[in-house]
Ligand binder design. Structure first.
Ligand SMILES: NC(=O)c1ccc[n+]([C@@H]2O[C@H](COP(=O)([O-])OP(=O)(O)OC[C@H]3O[C@@H](n4cnc5c(N)ncnc54)[C@H](OP(=O)(O)O)[C@@H]3O)[C@@H](O)[C@H]2O)c1
Length: 429
């Protein structure tokens, strides 16, 4: 089987974690992916740094050397900040690569634009590692959003701040002393400002807002207060009242829009974040149907972040295989290919689950609902979107008896007349 060829942008904490995990989990990955993963090249900033990297792998400071490689399937992006990461990701998408990134700052600023560009290029841009590191948060949210509305997120998303607050409480230690200790242990960076001023949590919250609500609140309206002014007496006062101080990141949707804030908040012992200690992250997801779901686990670190990024690789591979199989199945039904797959019109008939075609849900797949009406006693939905996205959406419904009909891609036709052949009688089976 042809190897899956990947490049790493960055070989710091995260990049090194991905590098090592690709080797340590080689066998397991090959079984899951059906092909070995081959690292074709690594981009770094400082070539003089000593690195423990196989000699057969190209290590370079020149992005063009990686772009010139003949075949790259997937790019792991783990460099810091917006530029040059943004430019590099666009170049690799243009080249036809899928992107897996951990870069929340870039995503908060440019996530929707890059996602749109990736969709135009028919490539995946995934970022499970960017929010709450090793916790499978984003995929859980995507799964929940299929049926649930997400009313509110309350989260402790910054391990450094949580570590400092936990340690200050347990040892009555001063903020500055714990910060120095956290830096020595590698929990806080040399420049910890993004963590302790709430900026890191803010970026993660904006990524969540994009994912859940397809928009962000105005950044100027978001309160962002870090933990730099927290003192031991503050924390002790809370303790006496049975409360613990957490750097709480919250995101709420209401009729007057999306509201987000990051600030230290006292939580009581019946709140799930009360028990999130040390460098762990915790998230409470309040939904309108299933109720509240709590997730907790390692939010950062080489292994946790690498785990999330490599799971993204498996996801991309599996979803691509599924689409390929669906396309083969569809072609076995002697389907004429659609003329313009950037604007495929498909009439879907489905009697039992009209709620599955809810606008919000369709929007997650970049699909528009153009028309809904009865077709020969059946409920009909005329959808507009790329064939690829529509297939993804239909596949997600996991319905047994769905029938879809391709319709002329050139504008809205009188589609009753075009129902001449079935794209796939049971494409979802
Ligand atoms: N650390 C975590 O636990 C964690 C968790 C989740 C997400 N993230 C995100 O993952 C990304 C990487 O974080 P990190 O902790 O691994 O950072 P890091 O340890 O500072 O590593 C950054 C890496 O990127 C390289 N680099 C930086 N600027 C570059 C440039 N202009 N051109 C080429 N290479 C460049 C550096 O090269 P040199 O080695 O030559 O200096 C280094 O290898 C960040 O966006 C971060 O927010 C980190």
């Amino acid at each position: 089987m042809k190897p899956i060829s990947v490049v790493l942008l960055g070989l710091g904490t995260v990049g090194q974690g991905v590098y090592e995990s690709l080797f340590s989990h080689q066998q397991k990955l090959q079984e899951v992916l059906g092909a070995p993963v081959e690292i074709a090249g690594i981009l770094v900033k400082n070539k003089a740094k000593q690195r423990d990297v196989s000699r057969s792998i190209l290590v370079t400071t020149d992005i063009d050397e990686l772009l010139a490689l003949p075949q790259i399937d997937v790019v792991f992006e783990a460099i810091v900040g917006i530029e040059p990461a943004y430019t590099y990701i666009r170049k690799f998408l243009t080249k036809g690569c899928h992107i897996i990134t951990a870069n929340k700052e870039l995503l908060a600023h440019k996530g929707s634009e890059l996602t749109k560009y990736a969709q135009e290029q028919r490539r995946y841009l995934t970022f499970e590692a960017a929010v709450a590191g090793g916790i499978p948060l984003l995929r859980t949210l995507i799964q929940l959003l299929q049926v649930n509305g997400i009313v509110k997120i309350e989260a402790s998303l910054n391990g450094t701040s949580n570590y400092i607050l936990s340690k200050m409480r347990k040892e009555q230690a001063k903020f500055q002393d714990v910060l120095v200790e956290a830096q020595a242990l590698g929990y806080a960076e040399a420049d910890p400002s993004n963590d302790i001023l709430g900026t890191d949590s803010f970026y993660k919250l904006m990524v969540l807002s994009d994912l859940i609500y397809h928009q962000q609140p105005k950044w100027n309206d978001v309160e962002k207060t870090g933990i730099t002014n927290v003192t031991v007496p503050h924390i002790q006062l809370g303790e006496k009242l049975g409360l613990r101080l957490k750097l709480l990141a919250s995101l709420t949707s209401s009729h007057d829009g999306i509201h987000a804030e990051v600030k230290p908040v006292f939580v009581s012992s019946d709140h799930s974040l009360y028990h999130v200690e040390g460098v762990d992250n915790g998230i409470a997801i309040h939904t309108d149907l299933v109720g509240t779901i709590h997730l907790q686990g390692p939010g950062a670190g080489a292994k946790a972040t690498a785990s999330a990024m490599i799971e993204d690789l498996v996801y991309i591979r599996q979803i691509k295989d599924t689409i390929a199989q669906e396309n083969v199945r569809a072609s076995q039904h002697h389907v004429e290919p659609t003329a313009d797959d950037l604007s495929t019109w498909v009439a879907v008939t489905e009697e039992t689950v009209p709620e599955a075609f809810h606008k919000e849900r369709l929007r997650q797949y970049q699909i528009n609902l153009i028309k809904r009406e009865k077709l020969n006693e059946m409920e009909g939905f005329l959808l507009q979107g790329r064939e690829y996205d529509i297939l993804l959406f239909l596949q997600s419904l996991k319905l047994g008896l769905l029938t879809i009909y391709p319709v002329s891609p050139t504008g809205l036709p009188p589609y009753e007349k075009t129902l001449t052949h079935t794209l796939a009688k049971s494409i979802i089976n």
